[in-house]
Design a protein around this ligand. Structure first.
Ligand code: NAD
Ligand code: USQ
Length: 405
């Protein structure tokens, strides 16, 4: 297949692009490197030193003979994006290219509006470009489990049958997102669903849980292909952060009681789920939703697993319950369905002690790059403006003028 990986310089996109390239697909990466600029703006960095995209791809070509094309540009720039679709003519577009941090979107008004413009306008531009130039292309869109929130009933995969006043219908599952970022994904889902209905586009929304891990078979080929491994309060996610905190001798930062339960998955399953979606496309006019996670854990359960692993390394790991900076339930019912990808052949990598050990090992390897000042959360959901000790600047590349969009 000809597969465009939008956001292919990022954490999930990089691993996916290499995997698909290795498995014989013609892959193109679209990215504007804006994530690298956000890191600089916020004074944070991936633990693992990553090369520029051009250098990474040259190395990939030297090692494997496989060429991955690059299209440098912004999803908000319709002329650029539509030209890419016209020129590359993808059979499948995998869309990772969004601002994906909940804390980033809660910094202040500028970061909230930037996140929603970047994500919603980028996705809308893509929908129009597909409609105009490649209406049979399958859109595989990364959504998030956080679209559903934490309802007191089971979470279905996208849709729920409702009985009301003696009548019944299958309707989109109710959305109760917990940040301006998660809300951007809800708005995306609505726009994509509408375009499938109105224009006959075909799309799969992958409502992904929290991803952990960093190494895949492809990134392990050479140090220069290493993936991102974020640990700061803005872009670091729970388990990855906990492993690096343990390696640094910093208390594990459990927010509040730690009963927050989420769906999680190994990055090796991210790439496999996306591949499965590509190989089993939605039908024309169909808007399909898969819940993309393999196991549920509470944050405190993960912290205890890392604590136990740390002991084996001789690390003295302390679990700290710090006041929850987010507005979220700290203890709640959670039971989300995730059978659709399994039915299509996913064989999950379950979270194992050895995986946690390997993450701690990577953290120890790069220990001299750990900046312990970025562990504690400084973005509080209850504040209208969080200045993170004066480090907050206007988002790079903020575009609010309709002519620029
Ligand atoms: P990331 O920040 O590492 O990568 C995103 C990439 O998209 C970056 O390289 C960035 O430069 C690019 N990008 C962003 N806006 C762009 C724009 N306007 N034009 C061009 N390129 C742009 O993020 P990630 O962790 O790889 O996440 C990828 C996708 O998966 C996101 O949509 C995210 O919401 C979703 N997701 C991630 C996780 C997770 O735990 N990482 C979990 C669930 C869902
Ligand atoms: N948490 C802690 N301590 C920490 C970090 C997080 O207790 O040091 C808690 C948070 O309060 C939250 C849970 O862990 O309850 C998950 O937080 P997270 O930062 O790991 O993940 P989240 O903000 O939800 O976002 C990540 C990705 C996002 C993706 C989402 C999937 O950054 O792109 O959409 O996971 S989901 O959570 O299913 O919505």
């Amino acid at each position: 297949m000809r597969i465009a990986v939008l956001g292919g310089d990022g954490y999930c996109g990089w691993a996916t692009a290499l995997y698909l390239s290795k498995h014989g697909h013609d892959v193109a990466i679209v990215d504007n490197y804006i994530r690298r600029k956000w890191d600089i703006d916020l004074g944070v960095s991936t633990l693992t030193p990553i090369l520029s995209l051009r250098n990474r791809l040259q190395l990939w070509k030297d090692l494997t003979g496989n060429v991955i094309e690059v299209f440098e540009g912004d999803m908000r720039d319709y002329a650029f994006l539509s030209a890419h679709i016209r020129e590359f003519e993808p059979d499948t577009v995998i869309h990772f290219a969004e601002q994906r941090s909940a804390p980033y979107s809660m910094i202040d008004r500028e970061h909230a509006t930037f996140t929603q413009v970047n994500n919603i306008v980028g996705t809308l531009n893509l929908l129009f470009a597909l409609r105009e130039f490649k209406p049979d292309c399958h859109l595989v869109k990364l959504g998030t489990m956080g679209e559903y929130g934490t309802p007191n009933i089971d979470i279905e995969e996208g849709y729920i049958r409702i009985e009301h006043n003696g009548r019944s219908d299958v309707l989109p599952y109710p959305k109760q997102a917990g940040s301006f970022y998660h809300l951007s994904k809800v708005h995306d889902s609505h726009n994509i669903m509408f375009c499938c209905r109105a224009w006959g586009l075909r799309a799969t929304d992958l409502n992904q849980g929290v991803v952990y891990g960093t190494t895949t078979d492809e990134t392990a080929l050479d140090e220069g292909l290493v993936n991102r491994f974020d640990y700061d309060e803005i872009f670091g996610t729970a388990l990855n952060r906990f492993c690096i905190e343990a390696a640094a001798g910093h208390p594990i930062t459990v927010y509040g009681k730690g009963g927050q339960t989420r769906g999680f998955l190994d990055i090796r399953d991210t790439i496999r789920c996306v591949e499965i979606a590509c190989h089993h496309p939605a039908n024309p006019g169909e808007f399909r939703v898969f819940n993309q996670f393999t196991e549920q854990f509470s944050v405190l359960e993960l912290a205890h697993m890392v604590e136990a692993a740390g002991e084996k390394f001789g690390l003295s790991v302390v679990i700290d319950h710090i006041p929850d900076p987010r507005v979220e339930a700290e203890a709640h019912y959670y039971n989300a369905k995730n059978s659709k990808l399994i039915d299509l052949g996913l064989q999950p990598h379950m979270l194992s002690d050895s995986l946690i050990d390997s993450l701690i090992n990577i953290a120890l390897k790069y220990k001299n790059r750990i900046d312990t000042s970025v562990f504690m959360p400084q973005v509080n959901w209850r504040n209208a403006s969080n200045n993170r000790n004066g480090t907050v600047r206007t988002p790079s590349g903020v575009v609010m003028e309709p002519s620029e969009v």
